[in-house]
Design a protein around this ligand. Structure first.
Ligand code: BT5
Length: 263
């Protein structure tokens, strides 16, 4: 079944997300890019952009995101959240938690969150999240893009040691059902941080985050180090213990790799 909104809007249980503008095309450059343009033209909170195939799917730091036709859920959501702009990076956690819950609910698979923006399954990457912010007359907005690998062909063979898809472990789910479950969980998570900041998510996030308690390698542009990821603070920064000292690691600055492999 294609991702045409008429196929999945009957499954929606949200108040706002997916209820206004849902822009669907078979092929787009990048759903984040298109939705950012829509935001600049005043698209409302909860607007979506999705497609079967991206020709210029992007990850963080301009890395490429493989998104071939019909193989995944390539989706972006426009949020105009009621939280201070400096807390907007926490939306990445809302997306990660929401997608973990949606995957569990629809497929029964137990994916985990690799801080800050990946979902992993059996130690390999199942989903990546790209958050981008912009400002306009209404205030600031966030475009939250998620790429979820559904079928085996979602990623190229050269990524086979660190990528994975749902189809490798269970039946191919109805992608529309995944979208509806994701949007419902995302709406709840955003409303939790609007009310209580990171505290609204902290318990769920700590439970689902595989990075905590692991030895990690933090790869920055000018320095790299290894330590044990102990906790996440109220701003969403990772707290890494290095030689007895606790270092605060911000998501934007670094890549985090497990010392024993990708996770
Ligand atoms: C991410 O970046 O993980 C964010 C990916 C976000 C993709 C969505 S799709 C809808 C929306 N529109 C967009 O244009 N983007 C968003 P990062 O942490 O930088 O990881 C990128 C790295 O993941 C690449 O350098 C590859 O190594 C790997 N990769 C690329 N495609 C992959 C795939 N389909 N599955 C798993 N890993 C992949």
């Amino acid at each position: 079944m294609s991702l045409l909104p008429t196929h999945w809007t009957p499954l929606l249980t949200t108040r706002a997300l997916g209820r206004t503008v849902s822009h669907y095309e078979h092929t787009l450059t990048s759903t984040n890019l298109v939705l950012k343009d829509m935001a600049k033209q005043g698209a409302p909170h909860g607007s979506l952009c999705l497609c079967e195939c991206q020709t210029a799917g992007r990850g963080r730091m301009d890395r490429q995101w493989s998104s071939p036709e019909g193989q995944g859920v390539w989706l972006s959501v426009l949020l105009r959240p009621n939280i201070p702009a400096e807390h907007a990076p926490l939306i990445t956690f809302c997306c990660a938690l929401a997608m973990t819950k949606a995957v569990r609910q629809i497929t029964g698979l137990e994916a985990q969150i690799k801080w800050p923006n990946d979902l992993v399954l059996k130690g390999r990457k199942l989903c990546g999240i790209l958050l981008e912010m912009g400002f306009d007359a209404q205030g600031y907005y966030v475009v939250a893009g998620t790429g979820l690998n559904v079928r085996r062909g979602a990623y190229p063979p050269e990524l086979a040691d660190r990528a994975i898809s749902i189809e490798e472990w269970t039946d191919v789910p109805d992608r529309g059902a995944v979208i509806a479950a994701y949007l419902a969980a995302l709406e709840d998570a955003v409303s939790a941080i609007e009310q209580r900041g990171f505290a609204g998510l902290a318990e769920d996030f700590r439970r689902e985050c595989i990075t905590l308690g692991s030895q990690v390698q933090v790869l920055g542009t000018d320095s790299s180090f290894t330590g044990v990821a102990e906790d996440i603070d109220e701003t969403g920064a990772l707290l890494v213990r290095v030689d007895g000292e606790l270092r605060r690691v911000l998501a934007g600055d670094v890549s985090v790799r497990g010392v024993m492999g990708y996770v």
